[in-house]
Design a protein around this ligand. Structure first.
Ligand code: MN
Length: 200
């Protein structure tokens, strides 16, 4: 991962006013998380741990379980490892204000291409082509992330399911499994419970 990886993340936030983590370094763990984020527009934040931080993409439509169905993934700033456990409400006056749910999470394993066996995930991120196997509760099996354009301010990538035994063209977990894998709550329940907490 590039140096000063969390600088941008911290600059965008006032940690006195949001419960999001400021730091957290889980070096060595290879985890992924997908956070459903009801901000100005609903989207899914896909995050992969690479070299002790969470490389992140905003995926407007969420990930598909259909082989080869490409979804736009816009690269966003790296997040601290502890962010993978964050579920709650970001205040409206803060960056990314809105409700955040842990929609799926688990470990992941890089898929090594034979000829590039020594290539790390950080190298693959830099090269704009990542392949990995997700071991989540909702999403399993191989996925690829490919960079389309790095010239614009926000890199445009595509994420899609690789063809394997976990492909299922009919499952559509984004609509059939909408709730948190952490607490089973819906976005509405998270928002309401956080609101009660604040007023207690
Ligand atoms: Mn987001």
């Amino acid at each position: 991962m590039t140096k000063n990886t969390l600088k941008k993340y911290r600059r965008k936030r006032d940690f006195k006013n949001t419960e999001e983590p400021e730091d957290g370094n889980g070096k060595g763990k290879t985890i992924f998380v997908i956070q459903k984020h009801d901000a100005s527009t609903l989207h899914y934040d896909f995050r992969l741990s690479i070299d002790g931080a969470l490389a992140s993409w905003a995926v407007p439509k969420g990930l598909s379980t259909k082989a080869g169905e490409k979804q736009l993934a816009v690269r966003t700033e790296d997040h601290p490892m502890d962010y993978a456990d964050f579920e709650g409400v970001i205040p409206e006056d803060q960056y990314g204000g809105g409700t955040v749910m842990v929609w799926d999470r688990g470990e992941y394993k890089p898929i090594a291409e034979n000829k590039d066996h020594d290539k790390t995930m950080a190298d693959a991120l830099e090269d704009g082509a990542l392949k990995f196997t997700l071991e989540g509760e909702k999403l399993k099996g191989g996925y690829a992330l490919v960079r389309m354009d790095r010239k614009s301010k926000q890199e445009q990538w595509l994420i899609f399911k690789l063809d394997d035994e976990h492909v299922d063209a009919r499952r559509n977990p984004v609509s059939t499994e909408p709730d948190s894998v952490l607490t089973n709550r819906s976005l509405k329940e998270i928002a309401e419970e956080e609101d009660e907490k604040d007023n207690a």
